[in-house]
Ligand binder design. Structure first.
Ligand SMILES: Nc1ncnc2c1ncn2[C@@H]1O[C@H](COP(=O)(O)OP(=O)(O)OP(=O)(O)O)[C@@H](O)[C@H]1O
Length: 265
């Protein structure tokens, strides 16, 4: 498997609604971290759900290694694609470790139970996101940020070739944001292809090889992060002024700082 995913000229309407987006085309290569930016409601989650095969585009195709996912069985898609939705808290008090073990489901036969190796993979995934201590806790008794880490651990345990993450750092403290960004970088280095919807341009600058910004039903800008995340494009995307600051040596990074806001002397 080549772990490539692309969308070709896709459009999407929810029933009875206007088009969320039209004519979107993008190609994500193996081992690439691809960030989707854009204001609230511009369709980032909807695009990820189309890519995960959870909903079908009204027009256009989603291709997995060149194959149209419309013709694939759900279990075939689940073996190759992992999806981390925006945090949805389970109403059932499953143990955290059992939720993460559910990530192994696509690797098991219909009536098979998880093996010792599956248990080890789940434990390793919990360790990778730093929440081994929560393994025996019911998921109804953990925080929003902890839930987000559980869902990420479940996707890591799935070991998909392609991982789609919907705002994976939105509930996380600073340390856990960095941890998850490092995990994303490590997975991509191992050849996993990653698409991340995010509201943090800095995270896109830090982790991505490519960025697309959605706005007004279309792609406003697409390309490498240093080109796309510029002051003019950010203003056009979000309607607010930012400075792009180059931190220079030894950090050699760009950060995106909003200009507006109360400045405390
Ligand atoms: N189930 C649904 N039925 C009808 N409309 C929906 C549904 N889900 C989302 N929408 C609408 O589709 C548009 C795109 O929503 P989507 O959640 O994909 O945007 P987003 O860019 O991910 O937003 P955010 O950044 O706020 O999470 C929005 O206008 C939203 O109101």
């Amino acid at each position: 498997m080549g772990n490539r995913i692309s969308v070709e000229d896709i459009s999407f309407n929810y029933p009875g609604g206007a088009a969320v987006f039209t004519g979107i085309t993008l190609a994500v290569e193996e081992g690439c971290v691809y960030s989707l930016l854009g204001p609230n409601g511009t369709g980032k989650s909807t695009l990820l759900k189309c890519m995960a095969g959870l909903i079908s585009p009204s027009q256009g195709r989603v291709l997995l290694d060149g194959r149209d996912i419309a013709g694939m069985q759900p279990h075939e898609i689940a073996r190759q694609i992992g999806f981390v939705p925006q945090t949805q808290v389970s109403p059932f008090p499953f143990m955290v470790r059992d939720i993460v073990l559910m990530g192994r489901a696509s690797h098991l036969g219909p009536f098979a139970t998880p093996s010792a190796e599956d248990e080890e993979i789940a434990a390793d995934a919990l360790d990778r996101v730093g929440i081994s201590r929560l393994a025996e806790r019911p998921c109804t008794g953990i925080s929003g940020g902890e839930w987000q880490l559980v869902l990420i651990a479940r996707a890591i345990a799935q070991r998909p070739g392609i991982l789609l993450l919907d705002e994976p750092t939105s509930h996380l403290d600073l340390g856990n944001q960095v941890r998850v960004l490092n995990v994303i970088g490590g997975l991509a280095e191992d050849g996993m292809t990653i698409v991340v919807a995010t509201h943090f341009p800095d995270h896109a600058l830090l982790t991505s090889n490519r960025v697309a910004i959605l706005k007004d039903q279309r792609i406003l800008a697409i390309g490498c992060p240093e080109e796309v995340i510029g002051e003019d494009t950010m203003r056009r995307a979000y309607g607010t002024d930012v400075h792009i600051v180059h931190l220079g040596d030894p950090i050699n990074r760009r950060i995106c700082v909003p200009v507006a806001g109360k400045v405390i002397p």
